[in-house]
Structure formats: C-alpha cells, structure tokens
Design a protein around this ligand. Structure first.
Ligand SMILES: [Zn+2]
Length: 187
C-alpha cells in the first residue's frame, strides 16, 4: 500500500532513480526525482513508484450538482458503480463510489440506451446523496464516456456515428458517449 509522507514543494528532491520510478507529478533530473507540484508524497514500496498528490486535492465528500469524473467498476442489473477520481476538476484521494441507476420507468426510454462497460472513464453529475449513496446522472450531452478502450482487444477506438469502433479488431460497440469524447488521453 501507499505510504504517506510529508508535504513537498515543486522542484524538491523526493527520491533517487535507483529507489523509485517517477509516477504522477514527479519528474526525473539526472539521478534525482523531483516534485512538479506542492503536495503530499506517496511511496509505493511494492511497485517501487513515487507520486505526489497535489495539495489542492479534494478531500470533501461530493455534493449535489458536483461534476465528477470516474472509472466504471461494475455493471450489474442496471446499477453501475463508478470509482470517483475527480470532483469539479480536482483529484480526490479518498475512495468515493458513485452509483448510476439505470432502472427507469417503462415509459422513459432515455436511460434504456445508456451503455457503459467496466474501465470506461466517464463524466457525470451528482444528483442525490440519499441514504449516504452518491447518486450520479449522465442526463446531458456533456455527460457520458470521455475515454475508453476496445472491450474485446484493448485497442484504441474511434467514434463512428454514435458508436465506437476499434482501430485494431474493428469491433463496433455501443456507449453513452460524452460530446467531447476523444479529447481525453489516457488517465
Ligand atoms: Zn478491438
């Protein structure tokens, strides 16, 4: 697991390349690893990586109308769990799981077309915190998948009409895409 250390400032030496590989917000200069930001240093002795979590990090619980970015973890029976990694464009370092509930009244067809798969990076809005659950919605053009890979072979995908197609295996897949899908690189 990550071992939390002290706060550091940009440019500060936080390790040497013999010990750790640089990860998020860390750069290498000669044999030294330096921080790019003000933040807390985290070492992972197992993976031998060091990263810095910016101190503008969002430690608070998500609120209604917050915009979140998260990774789809599970899709089961119309309930999708999403690991939240950003709230209002700020990274979170706590484990918040949001829920997208796709079960909807039979007359409401909007939600029946929403398709997500585990590993999708999505943008959504917090609509309710009932029963201490973070309820999410993708009910807007800007909400939906912002980055994904082919769920068959892991290849890069491109948008074809309202679907995505794998550049490698050519499989076509359905997703609820955000209107700026494709502008995001790997997370
Ligand atoms: Zn593929």
């Amino acid at each position: 697991m990550h071992k939390k250390r002290r706060l550091c400032v940009p440019g500060e030496v936080i390790g040497v390349i013999e010990e750790f590989m640089p990860s998020k917000n860390v750069y290498q200069e000669n044999y030294n690893l330096r921080s790019k930001v003000v933040g807390k240093i985290f070492f992972d002795p197992t993976l031998k990586i060091v990263e810095v979590i910016p101190s503008s990090i969002n430690l608070g619980y998500p609120k209604i109308n917050d915009e979140v970015i998260g990774v789809v973890e599970q899709v089961q029976g119309g309930i999708i769990s999403v690991k939240i990694i950003e709230i209002n464009n700020k990274p979170v370092h706590s484990q918040f799981i949001g829920l997208l509930i796709l079960r909807s009244p039979p007359l409401e067809r909007v939600h029946s077309k929403i398709v997500l798969k585990p590993g999708d990076l999505i943008r959504a809005k917090v609509t309710s915190l009932t029963n201490n659950l973070i309820h999410l919605s993708m009910n807007d053009d800007k909400y939906g998948v912002i980055y994904t890979k082919c769920s068959f072979c892991g290849g890069d995908v491109q948008v074809v009409g309202k679907r995505i197609q794998c550049l490698q295996c050519k499989m076509v897949d359905e997703r609820k895409l955000a209107n700026d899908f494709g502008r995001f690189k790997k997370y």
